[in-house]
Design a protein. Structure first.
Length: 107
């Protein structure tokens, strides 16, 4: 459990930076304070399950990166796309489908 706790802050920070978000921007999206994000990233603070889930979903962190830090999951582009698509609503999917069809037809 210590490995998970010690790795959690670094994983959140890395994903936050990759998403080009400040601590305050992430905090706003998750519904917590920027100070709390700072404590998670730098002070090994442990979030509640609800907050952890919100952070994972907001930053699109593969859960394996949180719960199995020794086996860092490397996601290929197709897997990442599938995970992102699963978060889209019906309208978004129609737009994405039309865009992909247009892209493929233009080849």
């Amino acid at each position: 459990m210590d490995v998970i706790q010690n790795n959690l802050g670094a994983t959140i920070k890395q994903a936050r930076l990759a998403a080009n978000l400040t601590q305050d921007e992430l905090a706003e999206q998750v519904g917590i304070t920027g100070r709390y994000i700072m404590a998670l990233e730098n002070e090994h603070k442990q979030p509640s399950f609800e907050v952890l889930c919100k952070i994972i979903l907001t930053l699109n962190i593969p859960a394996d990166n949180i719960f199995y830090p020794g086996n860092q999951y490397t996601e290929n582009e197709k897997e990442q796309l599938m995970r992102l698509l699963s978060r889209c609503d019906e309208r978004d999917l129609k737009i994405i489908t039309a865009t992909v069809k247009a892209l493929l037809e233009s080849k």
